[in-house]
Design a protein around this ligand. Structure first.
Ligand code: SF4
Ligand code: SF4
Length: 340
């Protein structure tokens, strides 16, 4: 394990930014967001950013390719290949875990080369949560915020930042800033971890009833009459999907620039009435069906196809951002208990 005096934090960030693009969480008028590192900008101490670190690997909008049409001839220009080396600093354990879930989607056949390229060029430095909030429930999904993962994990006490590499890419990153770091015993971050565990023990939604979401209960959950009540207030605004680190739906569109066709993709939301609209219309015509789809996917379909892994990391963003206070915790509490 390595350590750094907190007063040298900006020197560390400046050194990381020398050879790669560096993104850090900073405070803004609307809360914390990841931004391009600027020397002297203080790191946000907010628990989490409004939008997750997913954006760096799966951006909200992304140009995919351009092509020209001359009569019946189509000339495709080289597809975009994102190849910028970058570091995302300060990712929490929940968001770090979201990449393992996104990998299952984007890196299985057919591989999404855009996401794959960004994963190959991005290094994730995580940060142990000092003050988890009442909306946090990552532990319900087996995530340990005191072992936040990523390529490099970091922990902090009043004086120092402690750093440990988890991957070759993380070790290479630390080697590049070795002149700023000193050796520390493996137990150096134990007090910081203990504080986080003590804070977690007092949070209200750490233990949620997830046992009932097994594949064997799929039809019973799908047909449960309580979906109508659970979804009644839903506005279909899609906010919950846009702030969610594990949502991965997108739409692909072509745009005539006047000098050729630009193909791009952008995030989409299963909460929208036009989502996956086909020639015959929309397969889910009511908001209750759309609402049910979102949570069936996260709690039943995804785990059924991914060795039991739920497609939620308990980050709490949807609890904080839904304008009518609907969220996945309410769904879990209502439908997640043991089935008869
Ligand atoms: S659950 Fe809330 S955030 Fe999500 S679409 Fe409905 S109203 Fe919007
Ligand atoms: S469903 Fe809500 S709590 Fe779960 S990962 Fe998405 S935004 Fe976070």
């Amino acid at each position: 394990m390595k350590s750094l005096l907190l007063k040298d934090m900006d020197r560390l960030l400046a050194a990381l930014a020398e050879n790669r693009t560096l993104y850090v969480p900073t405070d803004g008028a609307g809360g914390a967001e990841y931004r391009l590192y600027q020397p002297g900008t203080p790191l946000s101490e907010a628990l989490n950013t409004n939008r997750s670190a997913k954006d760096f690997f799966f951006p909200q909008t992304e140009n995919m390719m351009r092509f020209q049409m001359r009569g019946k001839e189509i000339r495709i220009e080289e597809p975009t290949r994102p190849d910028e080396d970058f570091v995302v600093f300060g990712v929490r354990a929940c968001d770090a875990r979201s990449f393992e879930l996104l990998d299952k989607v984007f890196l299985s056949e057919p591989v999404d080369s855009y996401y794959q390229n960004r994963r190959a060029h991005g290094v994730i430095v995580t940060r142990c949560c000092g003050r988890p909030e009442e909306t946090c429930f990552c532990t319900a999904f087996g995530i340990d915020p005191t072992a936040p993962g990523g390529d490099v994990s970091t922990w902090q006490d009043d004086q120092r930042l402690y750093l440990a590499a988890n991957t070759p890419a993380g070790q290479a990153l630390l080697n590049g800033v070795a002149h700023l770091l000193t050796d520390a015993p493996e137990t150096a971050a134990d007090d910081a971890k203990a504080k986080t565990r003590a804070a977690l023990a007092n949070l209200p939604i750490q233990n949620l009833p997830l046992d009932g979401f097994g594949e064997e209960n799929l039809l019973a959950i799908f047909n449960d009459p309580r979906w109508a009540e659970l979804s009644r207030a839903c506005l279909g605004c899609g906010t919950c999907t846009f702030v969610c680190p594990t949502c991965q739906c997108y739409d692909i569109k072509d745009f005539d620039t006047g000098h050729g066709i630009q193909r791009f993709r952008c995030w989409d939301s299963c909460m929208y009435s036009e989502f996956t609209r086909c020639a015959h219309g929309n397969p889910r015509v009511s908001q209750v069906e759309r609402f049910r789809q979102r949570f069936m996917h996260k709690l039943v379909y995804f785990p059924a196809n991914n060795q039991g892994d739920f497609s939620c990391v308990g980050c709490g963003r949807c609890l904080q951002k839904c304008p009518v206070s609907l969220n996945i915790v309410k769904v879990i509490k209502a439908l997640g208990g043991e089935k008869a």
